[in-house]
Every structure is written in C-alpha cells, then in structure tokens.
Design a protein around this ligand. Structure first.
Ligand code: SF4
Length: 240
C-alpha cells in the first residue's frame, strides 16, 4: 500500500531542474502540435463552461458541431437555465452520456440564482457548485481558460503524464488527490498557464495515451522515468 507520507516525499523530491526541463519540453512540443478547437478561441466564460461540460469523458474532436449548436440555442446562462431537459438532451444526444443534460441545466440555474448569471472567477465561490455537477477539473479549467489564472488542470490524462514522468505512485484516482494537484501547481509557468495546460491535455491524447505511449519518439523521453524503463525493458527483450 502506498502511504501518504511516501507519496508526499516522492512529489517534493522531483528536482527543480527536472521540473523546468519538463515544462520547457512540453511547451516546445505544444508550439508545433497543439490542437485547435473552437472553444480555445472563446472569450466568454459561459462558452468555456459549455465546452468543458461537453468534452468530459468524450473525444474533443467529436464535440465541435454539438458545441456550436448548443451555443446557437442557448447563448448564455439565462437562456440555458430556462431550457427544458428534453431540449438540451436532444442537442447533446449524439455525444451520449445524456445525464449531462441534467447536470448542465442544474449548474446554469445555480449560476443564475447564486451569482447573477456570471460564473465566478474565484475558486472558493466555484466550490459552492461542487457536488452539483461541478468538480475540481471543471472549476480549474474555467479559472485558467476563461479567466487566465495560473492554475493547473488535472484530469486522468494529466495524472498519467505526471505519474509516468515523475514516478508519482498516487492512488488510482490520483486526479482527485490534493497532493497531486499541489505538485501540478508547481509546474504551471506564470502567465502561460493556458498554453501549458492545453499542451498537457493534447500531449496526453496524442503522445502519451494510456495504451501504447509513443515513447521512442517522445520529446520528454530523456527525463521520463517510465519511458526510460520501458525502453530498457524493450532493449533487454530484443537482446535475448
Ligand atoms: S516517454 Fe513515454 S511515458 Fe514518458 S511522457 Fe513520453 S510517451 Fe509518455
């Protein structure tokens, strides 16, 4: 069993040099490879909120047409708060996971009721929506992508990259682990959080997925604990 103490000491022992090498390599990769989605040009926090609700547990590339239609039907929190369950379900049905229709309407109503139809730019305020369909990931995504704050986003992709590169052996749902969030926060380059977080998400999808990561051509291989072990294991097998 991995103890809290063990996890904590592992996180703090990652060297500053390794952390900064990781960030600069990731950012360099992002410069040439970052994906372009409509919501990455969004200026309105409502649009960022809608995108983050729609991409959860869904391939981002499938979301774009639904996202556009959704905004055409409900351009703000007030209109969304008045939509019926059937109306919202009929638009997001192609994405599956129809429970999201209830969740997105519930949050919209709360934002109208509690915050005058403007989503807060403060984490403590956003926490008032926790348990109603909003969690750490979406709250941080709103703070970063809508308000430009220097905060990390940690989903299962980001969790996997941090575990592999820095040998963090957090529990299985490490993206809910406060200490993993604290470690992720140390890496976020000030003033470039949006760009960095997008690079992380895209890197997890394109280079370092759960199955068959592209270690041999990965720009982070040199400093990645998991990748180095994997290459050594493959060499050993091919020599035998
Ligand atoms: S070397 Fe492999 S495991 Fe490490 S970050 Fe790259 S793709 Fe992921």
């Amino acid at each position: 069993m991995i103890t809290d103490q063990w996890l904590g000491s592992t996180l703090s022992s990652a060297s500053t040099r390794k952390k900064s090498a990781f960030v600069s390599r990731l950012m360099a990769w992002g410069k040439d490879n970052q994906r372009d989605f409509a919501w990455r040009h969004a200026k309105d926090p409502y649009e960022v909120f809608v995108a983050e609700c729609l991409v959860q547990r869904t391939k981002a590339s499938q979301v774009e047409p639904i996202y556009r239609e959704f905004l055409k039907n409900w351009p703000d929190f007030i209109s969304l708060s008045k939509a019926t369950h059937h109306q919202v379900t009929s638009v997001i049905r192609p994405l599956g996971l129809e429970y999201r229709a209830k969740r997105i309407r519930t949050i919209a109503k709360l934002i109208v009721h509690l915050f005058g139809a403007t989503i807060p730019d403060d984490l403590n305020e956003l926490k008032r929506l926790y348990g109603k369909g909003l969690g750490d990931y979406t709250a941080h995504a709103i703070l970063c992508f809508a308000y430009g704050q220097n905060v990390p986003v940690v989903d299962t992709n980001v969790e996997r990259i941090l575990k592999r590169v820095f040998s963090v052996r957090a529990r299985k749902d490490g993206h809910r682990d406060r200490r993993l969030w604290a470690f992720a926060a140390q890496l976020v380059p000030r003033g470039k959080a949006k760009y960095y977080n997008w690079s992380m998400l895209d890197f997890g999808a394109l280079v370092c997925p759960a199955k068959n990561p592209l270690c041999s051509s990965c720009p982070i291989l040199e400093i990645c604990d998991y990748g180095q072990d994997r290459i050594k294991r493959t060499d050993k097998i091919s020599r035998n």
